[in-house]
Design a protein around this ligand. Sequence first.
Ligand code: NAD
Length: 474
Amino acid sequence: MNFDVRQLIGGHWQKGARTENLRDKYTGEVVGRVHCADGAQVDAAVSGVDRAQSAGPLAPPERQRILAEASRLVDERREELIAGMVCEAGFTRADASGEVNRAIETLRLSGEEAVRLVGDMVPMEGAPGGLGRIGFTMRVPVGVVCAITPFNSPLNTVAHKVGPAIAAGNSVVLKPSLQTPATAEGLVDILLTAGMPAERIALVHGPGETVGPWLLDDPRIRFYTFTGSTAVGEAISRGAGLRRTQLELGSLSSTVICEDADLDTAVAKCVAGAYRKAGQVCTSVQRLYVHRSVADQVTEGLLSAVAELAAGDPRDPQTSVGPLIAESEARRVESWVRSAAASGAVVEAGGERVGSVVTPTVLTGVEPDMQVMCQEVFGPVLTLQAYEDLDAAMREINATPYGLSAGIFTADLGRGLRAARELEMGSVHINETSSSRVDLMPYGGVKASGSGKEGPRYAAREMTEERLISITTG
Ligand code: NAD
């Protein structure tokens, strides 16, 4: 492949002030270059979309038409998008296809929301001073939305930001991860082909440490939608000040298997939820709590399923677990596993590294202060602990600083619902893992996992201002 990843500034594809190499994440080979912005280009990008927005928003049916057509075009261009992600993200074909299928849905759902955005009637007469008055709210676009996105979902997370922003009538400045810029460029190109006016969307590239602060310092941006690490999320929150944000941040996700669960189903779902995208998923099953009475059976099932997962070249159709985004990340994960083993953890499977590939790893005998337990691994590592008392396990789960998502497998719906009430999470899935997501659902975390909701319906609402209108009738 020979990528020449451009920027879209002021309605035109543009070269950068400088370029950076883009690498294949498995071979490490340079496969092209990325045009990166300087401060003047970021300023021009924001000026362009701000000027376009000041002419008023696109009409809702137009937004719907553009997003529906973009959804169709993602499907039409799926092979090109998959090949790009296999190369620049190191995804297996299955993981890359998953991104494409989900982005098709996310854009389609976003289009539907464009014609569904409504306010509320306000019962003004219900309070003193309101007699004779009629009140209602309308949702108006916030204006310019800035989307900053991570490497691990280079297509669907971008669609989850850009789709609702367009649905709500906003203009957008997109700054994708420098690791996966070509997929973002592909999506922007698709939106333009679908009829999105080029002056209403801008795409800039560059390292977050420089381009991020330029974007945060620009008061014309009214809303920041960010997915990435908690540390960067905190910087964005500080930089945004009084402006609104939607922050989808880090996690340390847990799943529980109770003694009455359908164990075969639970094990199969946990394997998928721990090793998809080599574990580089914010809701990845990092901590698995299994009731002591079924722990041996679950461990055995898990290990035999993990033994079937081939790790290595993402282009090989036999491979289930591809590389991590960088060899340095693979070395970090390897060192955390080694350090856990040195402190008494048992490496039941995996724990090896070749280049940037880490073999799917299962650890038992873990302790709360090991890195694999108390920090986000973002790699193919699952820790398994046997529990006696569900309440104690839930207290441990709630003791992490994060609160994105959890799963519990049980045949007892009452128990599942009690867990759902007690776990401090943005979502709790009964009979699914923490890593379960349907793109139309509200999705977001609490505590250090962020604030605000993704999901086209919820995000589109967040990217509007709710304006009250009152009429005094007499
Ligand atoms: P990251 O935080 O390093 O980078 C995310 C984006 O922020 C990139 O575009 C980067 O260039 C930019 N950035 C970096 N520094 C910045 C700054 N100072 N100002 C503004 N922007 C800046 O994250 P990553 O390594 O790409 O992704 C992995 C992280 O994302 C993990 O922590 C994972 O949990 C999280 N994540 C969360 C969710 C969720 O829905 N909660 C989903 C996916 C990933």
